[in-house]
Design a protein around this ligand. Structure first.
Ligand code: PLP
Length: 217
């Protein structure tokens, strides 16, 4: 944890940014509650999960003041377990999901903050809108009053050399600037320093914090 914070600080310094503007989200998939609790005691306030069931279990088991982030592909029929319980949904990747989030938010009487997931690398296995689809999608979202778009999210392809994914992070930053969106969720264990240099303000870190786990991503 100390080491991660130090590397974030150095990457921030290299790019003239303030480390405290960069939020570390500890990704807890496959991690048992006691181990998550340790990290919370070390000052982590934000946790991320990519599976709804695992998240809801942990929400009940951990302190109530944690900010939860839904970071994985979200099935429409699971939206009801997420709305009203998470601080931010990072993985808004299609219109039908937006409609369902809004519908549910109206029903429960809450507002929902989201990031729109963009597939800047064009990798076929990755979810997310193409950069070309983004403008119309953002315009359409204005008709869903309970959804507030805070920014953009991307998942870079794995690269042995993280420099290779810099263009995908840079593109996300430029897209966000163009649409006057503030937050950028990008950077995982393999590439978070490059992401910080390209303007990330939310890092989603699993392995860097918890070590290697035996799970499917
Ligand atoms: C698992 C996961 C992460 C964290 O990955 P690490 O490489 O372990 O840091 C980040 N974002 C998403 C969407 C994930 O599913």
């Amino acid at each position: 944890m100390q080491r991660v914070r130090e590397r974030v600080r150095l990457a921030a310094a290299r790019s003239g940014r303030e480390p405290r503007q960069i939020k570390i989200i500890a990704v807890t998939k496959g991690v048992e509650v006691p181990r998550v609790r340790e990290v919370v005691q070390q000052g982590i306030t934000d946790l991320g999960e990519n599976r709804v069931q695992e998240m809801t279990g942990k929400i009940t088991a951990l302190p109530p003041d944690i900010n939860w982030h839904m970071i994985g592909h979200l099935q429409t029929n699971k939206v009801k377990y997420v709305v009203g319980r998470v601080a931010l949904i990072h993985s808004l990747d299609r219109w039908s999901l937006a409609e369902e989030i809004n519908r549910r938010a109206v029903k429960v009487g809450v507002a929902v903050g989201v990031l729109v997931q963009v597939n800047t690398s064009g990798e076929r296995t990755k979810q997310g809108l193409t950069p070309g689809e983004l403008p119309d999608f953002l315009t359409a979202l204005r008709d869903l009053p309970r959804i507030t778009v805070h920014g953009l999210m991307t998942i870079a392809p794995y690269a042995r050399n993280p420099e290779e994914v810099r263009p995908y992070f840079r593109e996300l930053r430029l897209l966000a600037a163009k649409h006057k969106l503030k937050h950028l969720s990008m950077g995982m264990t393999n590439d978070y320093e490059v992401a910080v240099e390209e303007g990330a303000d939310m890092l989603r870190l699993g392995t860097a914090i918890f070590g290697t786990r035996d799970i499917k991503k």
